[in-house]
Write a protein that binds this ligand. Sequence first.
Ligand SMILES: [Zn+2]
Length: 179
Amino acid sequence: MASAFGHALTAIALSSGVKKPLLSWKLWTLGIVCSILPDADVLGFKFGIEYGDFWGHRGFTHSLLFAIMLGVFIVLFFYRKHTSNNEKLWLTSYFALSTASHSVLDAMTNGGLGVAFFSPWNNMRYFFPWRPIKVSPINIESFFTNRGLEVIYSEIVWIGIPCAVIALFLFMLKKGANK
Ligand SMILES: [Zn+2]
């Protein structure tokens, strides 16, 4: 994975595309949860699930179908009331994109197996041809070492800066649409 910080930052950047009345701590919190949740699959290692399995790390929970399902689930569960159908569609898209952004970042990391984007139909693991993000250690102790610093540096350059650009772009787009 990229680090949890890198994933969370992406979810926050994507929220610049969400219309103002929908922006709230609830939205940001749920967006961050979506962006990190796919890595809950590492729990499978404890139960003997192999990396390359269906439920293995970067398997089904990193697929596009899972992203859409999570988006739908979050809106059904947390935005049932006082939300128009149009807003629900926006929110579902936002949460699905925040989840899918996790897999996109993972597919740009330099380690591990690729991402099962098309699971359950095709369990092949994919990487993008260009992988500048250093893979983040999963346990916290090794995060605060030189390797951790290298990860942070690569994420500032390859996640932080693009996120700032995306946020600015979405913000301008939204402003333009409101005129
Ligand atoms: Zn991941």
